[in-house]
Design a binder for this molecule. Structure first.
Ligand code: ATP
Ligand code: MG
Length: 364
């Protein structure tokens, strides 16, 4: 069953059309991530769902209740939508203790003191802040402040949480840890989470399903993390999900020639269809490097040692591609290349795109 239904939603600020005809459903109990580049309208969408902004057109349903519909004059207030919201800046009250911050929504709701005490205590323990009840936000780390904001949103026991990339202000290790904790909390509490982020690794790690939005606020693909990563709908999605190589392939007679040269692609032909030119998309990890044997002849233009990995930039007749190789494997297999050395390139996996759609790949 769907817990959020967004139908044909439009929103503009002056001449800036952020959303047009946006349709999206979130199922009850899932962790759904909305992934898209900075400025594509993720926060605006969360504000529309939460009721902090009004729609220009369309409808939003939460739990089958129509909460926003400008044509019918419906716009339920944020308090009556039963949502927990953690916004990007996760502002916590600086003058209130951890306890005070988390208790605040219950005080507003007029909960009795004994119930308030027990629920605040439970929620603080749930997010791992037990013992820090009396601290002020200025006496907490960024990650701990984040947990306060999370607890404050959870204390009212919402069935739906909207989380706006709360991890961006945290250092890399803490973000790693927090993403698993958020997923764990979601499972434990059985709530629905709508999570918004520009970071594809987070989206892959925590989502049951996800949607990829482009810079114009259009949803390009919705699906499970595996589908989005392995079966991208278009070059934009493929490019957005990680380092992407696009190597042009031209049709000449019955052959497919790579880059600007005459090397034939001996395997894995593009699918049928009327496109004259194709691009082969692949990840750095899809490349198999060798010193000889069958494959495309290339030259290593740049060799970078990144610690655990070696990163090579390889030129094949004017087409360049990036590949990465575990340093230990490169050492064991004699694949530590120097700049200017020649190499042979094969592929584990190629995804074919019509070259005419490559223009859609926006630079990140
Ligand atoms: N209140 C507002 N008035 C005018 N323009 C706004 C307003 N809020 C957002 N915008 C504009 O709408 C667009 C989408 O903004 P939004 O905050 O939703 O982006 P985002 O996807 O959350 O980006 P980020 O990943 O950087 O947080 C931006 O161009 C932004 O400048
Ligand atoms: Mg935002």
């Amino acid at each position: 069953m769907d817990i959020i239904r967004i139908e044909g939603v439009a929103k503009a600020y002056g001449r800036l059309q952020v959303h047009r005809d946006l349709t999206l459903s979130i199922r009850k109990g899932e962790c759904f991530t909305l992934l898209g580049p900075s400025g594509c309208g993720k926060t605006v969408l969360l504000r529309l769902i939460a009721g902090f902004e009004s729609l220009d057109a369309g409808r939003i349903y939460i739990d089958d209740t129509l909460v926003s519909d400008p044509r019918a004059g419906i716009n339920l207030s944020p308090d009556s939508r039963n949502l927990g919201v953690v916004f990007q800046d996760y502002a916590v009250w600086p003058h209130m203790t951890v306890f005070g911050n988390v208790a605040y929504p219950l005080k507003l709701a007029g909960v009795t003191p004994s119930e308030l005490n027990s629920r605040v205590g439970e929620t603080i323990a749930l997010v791992g802040l037990g013992g820090l009840e009396k601290r002020l936000p200025s006496e907490l780390s960024g990650g701990q402040q984040q947990r306060v904001a999370l607890a404050r949103a959870l204390v009212a026991k919402p069935s739906l949480m909207l989380l706006d990339e709360p991890l961006t202000n945290l250092d890399a290790n803490l973000r790693e840890e927090m993403r698993f904790e958020i997923k764990e909390l979601q499972r434990k509490l059985g709530i629905t989470v709508l999570y918004v982020t520009p970071d594809q690794e987070i989206a892959l790690a925590i989502s049951d399903r996800m949607a990829v939005m482009d810079g114009q606020g259009r949803i390009r693909q919705t699906g499970g993390p595996w589908d989005i990563f392995e079966r991208p709908a278009d070059p934009f999605v493929f490019n957005f999900m990680g380092i992407a190589n696009f190597v042009p392939v031209r049709r000449q007679g019955g052959d497919f020639l790579v880059g600007g040269g005459g090397q034939r692609l001996p395997w894995n032909h593009p699918p049928g269809g009327d496109a004259p030119d194709w691009v082969a998309g692949f990840r750095p990890s899809d490349v198999v490097l060798a010193r000889g044997g069958e494959g495309l002849r290339g030259v290593v233009r740049r060799a970078s040692f990144l610690g655990a990995m070696m990163d090579y930039l390889i030129d094949i007749d004017g087409a360049s591609l990036r590949t990465s190789l575990e340093t230990h494997a490169a050492l064991a297999d004699r694949l530590m290349f120097a700049e200017g050395e020649s190499c042979v390139v094969g592929f584990r996996n190629l995804i074919w795109f019509d070259a005419r759609r490559l223009g859609e790949v926006a630079k990140r």
